[in-house]
Design a binder for this molecule. Sequence first.
Ligand SMILES: Cc1ncc(COP(=O)(O)O)c(C=O)c1O
Length: 382
Amino acid sequence: MKLFDVYPLLNIHPVKAQGAWLWDDAGNRYLDLYGGHAVISIGHSHPRFIKRISEQLNRIAFYSNSVQNHLQQQLAGLLGELSGYADYQLFMVNSGAEAVENALKIASFVTGRKKVVAFRRSFHGRTSGAVAVTDNPKIAAPFNEGHVVEFVLLNDIAGLRAAITPEVAAVIIEGIQGLGGIFEPEPHFLEEAERLCHENNALLIVDEIQSGYGRTGKFFAHQHTTVRPHLVTIAKGMGNGFPVGGVLVHPGIKPWPGMLGTTFGGSHLACAAALAVLEVIRDEQLVLHAQQTGDYLLGRLKEIPGLSEVRGKGLMIGLDVPGRMNILRQHLVYNKRVFTGESKPDTIRLLPPLSLSREQADLFLDAFAESLVETAKIPLGS
Ligand SMILES: Cc1ncc(COP(=O)(O)O)c(C=O)c1O
């Protein structure tokens, strides 16, 4: 059987990884400034992650959500404590799109409404509801049509005020837009979205799948503001590569038996992985570390000539390189052995493990500055 060929692949075969390093099958070492798409939070192959998952695997890996699983409670407890949402409830799923899908569903159940307000340049996933609130018609199939969604420009307060009416079930917004190119909602914009949601009895969903779990120097990116959303979606960094996601649900929202469900969500193994991640984030102070390393990287990047814009917070950084994104990323990976992410058409995205060291940040800065010079003569758009 052949693979269903939907991914443009780099010609690299990673076989081993440690912290912010990866090795390919020829023994070459790569610096990971991409984190496998913001997934690697505590670093590749962290010993505590391996230990906890291995021990759990030797006890029990899975049983369905028809029995007591004290690990789920333990995870909810620690997540509540570290995130500042101890009074919220956790619904566990397996991926980001599934978290978004369930958050939208909760909002619709609670309000009895269908309409959702989303934002230009958003990305929330590829399942039916998630792709409907994603601003990219190219990845939506005719089957995904029929949802009632209004897109508003990010930071357009007048547009926001016009869109949030008593027909709206939810407003969904990324803590910081990721795939769209690292664009932040301004604090007063997010706060106004929250106010309008309250005024119209709609629910505010903040999608922290990419921007959460310490990446921006707070546990959640929206915690740089005063906003407390009704629903927060999480995935990516939550499992450091183990597929796990979740929805944080406001205490005022009451569940009923059968309201939501999933076979795999919240398995013993997923909880062990997610607990290991949180314990490492706490014990190694990775949220503070992400803020400090991020401030350093952002400061140094802003000094590099030839970058038209540097955006972001903590270790969620976008570098605008008009016409040169492909050339630079290829040069970085094949000549300097550095992985980076992209956001079409012109942005290089940095989403390294939160544990990235100062020395590794310096290695990246040198490789990037050199790549800018070395690729300067290659024609634009190559
Ligand atoms: C903000 C955001 N929401 C949702 C998703 C979808 O997550 P998944 O690919 O796990 O379904 C992503 C993935 O990139 C994302 O960045």
